[in-house]
Ligand binder design. Structure first.
Ligand code: SF4
Ligand code: SF4
Length: 94
């Protein structure tokens, strides 16, 4: 059984970021006016979404590709795609 902590396991995760985001917030006004809870900043394990006062910043480079934001945004306001082949998250077990 592994004795690694979550933090140690997270440290093993690597990313090969594309220059173009595979995640898009479709309408920033919806985030501003209809979603005071900013759910995506809570459920995303990669802390990809950061609210910057009037706009949602999307740090797609740190996406774990878990797919939660496809279903978690109550306004279907996030366009989600897999990163292009050869890019994205790289999980290592040890
Ligand atoms: S959950 Fe959806 S609507 Fe709410 S802040 Fe995030 S992207 Fe915007
Ligand atoms: S797929 Fe998962 S890790 Fe990537 S942005 Fe969406 S919720 Fe965050």
């Amino acid at each position: 059984m592994s004795t690694q902590t979550i933090e140690e396991k997270q440290y093993l995760v690597r990313f090969k970021a594309d220059t173009k985001s595979h995640l898009t917030v479709l309408d920033h006004d919806v985030c501003l006016t209809k979603c005071p809870e900013k759910y995506c900043t809570l459920f995303c394990p990669g802390e990809v979404y950061k609210w910057e006062g009037k706009r949602m910043h999307v740090g797609y480079e740190g996406c774990h590709e878990c797919g939660s934001c496809r279903i978690g945004c109550p306004y279907q306001n996030i366009k989600w795609e897999y990163p292009k082949g050869g890019y994205g998250v790289i999980f290592r077990l040890a």
